[in-house]
Design a protein around this ligand. Structure first.
Ligand code: PSU
Ligand code: MN
Length: 315
């Protein structure tokens, strides 16, 4: 049997950005296939890409399409993925098997970090990361995203984590794994739709340059793993915590009664919350993703500037 080939396919835009050392920001695709309803998922995917371009970075949306690991999706790929209802949800555990069998799937935060790192992309923007689920002390349902942050050197910008998760335990696990959790511009760890969670983040930074410097210092120290930047949702788009609490309780209750387990849990909860708020949660979700893209672009630019500064003359 022949060795399988790892087919990494760059979009024309990403290939050019790599050649010209233009800042690139990775984007995940599970948010498209399992995180938002159609057609808002496709509209948002285009809008996030446009926001990155307008902010001076090139978007690299990552997915597996027919066994090819794609770094940067063309509009046809994006449309196909957004309309598909049978794309797999790929994390660290499933990525290789999907590629080896010629499958198609969307990458979670964990799998996107792995692919971004392979492509030399150091910054990644998303909405929310996975974490320790409520009741995780019994179910052991802890997202592989947390472990990935400890392993793969990609700075990941998210709006914190959703209140569907156990946020205090999520922060504890990140601390145990040695993942820097950096609240941007405030002391409090943000909770996705809300700017506050009632929990103080372990670290606070107030500029993209500071975040880029910390990223580079981790590398200088030889530390594996990335940084989690927790960027609060813009105040104008925020939904107060107490308004969503009953909706979250109901979705969690339904998940338990329907015996939803494993990787189906997060998509089930996200879909139910969108339905129960009749889309109100969706516009906030879109705003926070765009806000994360803007910050990620600035961090990528700072990293690029630092690399150019340290490169030998004439390069
Ligand atoms: N949280 C969100 N939106 C999302 C996800 C999480 O608010 O779209 C997706 C991301 O792709 C994340 C994944 O990596 O769910 C986590 O899934 P799990 O909990 O099964 O690890
Ligand atoms: Mn899980």
């Amino acid at each position: 049997m022949a060795q399988p080939n790892l087919d990494i396919v760059y979009s024309a835009e990403v290939a050019m950005a790599r050649a010209d050392s233009v800042p690139i920001v990775a984007l995940e695709s599970t948010i498209i296939t399992h995180g938002m309803p159609h057609p808002q998922n496709l509209e948002t995917a285009h809008l996030v890409e446009k926001t990155l371009r307008d902010s001076g970075a090139v978007p690299a949306t990552i997915a597996v399409m027919d066994g090819q690991l794609k770094i940067g999706l063309d509009p046809d790929d994006l449309a196909r993925l957004a309309a598909s209802d049978n794309a797999s949800k790929l994390s660290r555990a499933d990525l290789a098997a999907c590629i080896a069998s010629g499958g198609t799937g969307a990458t979670t935060v964990a799998a996107t970090m792995i692919a971004a790192n392979l492509a030399g992309i150091e910054v990644f923007a998303t909405g929310g990361i996975g974490g320790v689920h409520r009741g995780g002390e019994d179910s052991f349902d802890i997202s592989a995203d947390l472990h990935e942050l400890a392993l793969t050197p990609v700075t990941t910008v998210a709006a914190g984590a959703k209140a569907i998760l156990d946020l205090p335990r999520t922060l504890e696990v990140l601390e145990t794994l040695g993942v820097p959790v950096i609240a941007y511009g405030q002391d409090e760890f943000p909770a996705f739709w809300s700017r506050g969670s009632g929990l103080t983040a372990p670290l606070r930074m107030d500029s993209p340059a500071q975040i880029a410097q910390a990223h580079l210092m981790r590398r200088a120290l030889g530390l594996a793993g990335g940084q989690l930047v927790a960027n609060p949702i813009p105040a104008a788009a925020e939904i107060p915590r107490d308004r969503l609490a009953p909706v979250i309780e109901r979705a969690l209750d339904e998940a338990q009664r329907n015996q939803i387990t494993g990787k189906a849990v997060t998509p089930f909860l996200l879909a139910r919350i969108f339905e129960l708020t009749e889309g109100q949660s969706l516009s906030a979700n879109i705003e926070l993703v765009l806000n994360n893209a803007r910050l990620a672009a600035k961090i990528a630019q700072e990293l690029n500037a630092a690399a150019a500064f340290s490169a030998p003359a004439g390069r």
